[in-house]
Design a protein around this ligand. Sequence first.
Ligand code: ZN
Length: 292
Amino acid sequence: MAKSTRSASNLPIDVAHMKSSDRLPGRTDLKRGAVFKRLRILFLLVVLLMVSLITWQDRYRSTRWREPLFVAVYPIAADDSPVTRAYMEALDAEGFKSIDDFFTREARRYHLHIDEPVKTRLRGELKERPPERRTDGGILATAFWSLRLRYWSWRVSGNVREPEDIRMFVLFHDPALTPVVPHSLGLTKGLIGVVYAFASAAMSGANNVVIAHELLHTLGASDKYDPASDAPRFPDGYGDPQQIPLYPQSTAEVMAGRRMLSATQWEQAQSLDETVIGPSTALEIRWPQHAE
Ligand SMILES: [Zn+2]
């Protein structure tokens, strides 16, 4: 106790000494500067190494498929509209059950040795919104934003006993105020999804398709549509590329998110009932390769 008091009382003197600016930098200062620079680089390297190790471990654990993945769904009101408020108040766990059912049904089709691969859990509403990504930012800005998002996610979530393998932050918008929402995203780094959804009962099925899509991104699945036109890519973006006749497709591949109606027309999947996990997505998330 006495020791710590003494060192605390010494501190202001040391600081005052270090701050004295009336000296010219000597050899020792220059040497010290070089040492600090090296230490700073070393520290950054250690942080980067730790982040990549955690990412690698997340990827390994999330795609082992031995025990269920707990997916925490955090609802967030994206605007102050009474429509959004009413929708938020009415949200219940049952509304996300179709996501669990979708993964159970598809896992069975692929003979995965687990009955319930995904268990969604509805968490309490968050009053904070995640940090926004600047669309004009370069690679460095994106990397920095991704770190900020991971930190933000860690800070606002996890106040529960149950594990949270994946965190999905779902921002609900009044469709009358925001008819077109930004692109949702799912990051393998940090196992985080940010979903822009609509506060409308008629669109809750389509919202769940987007949640499942972004959830699969966090597990390493890639998009199966043409970004220029949004058209599902043939063959891996089709629900069943071997269907005869080919059109209209009776299902949509979840990573394409749209169902082909004819060779030139497609529509957004309205619910997970009309959506499947195709073989190429299954391969990316390390599911066995023999679907029925
Ligand atoms: Zn996507």
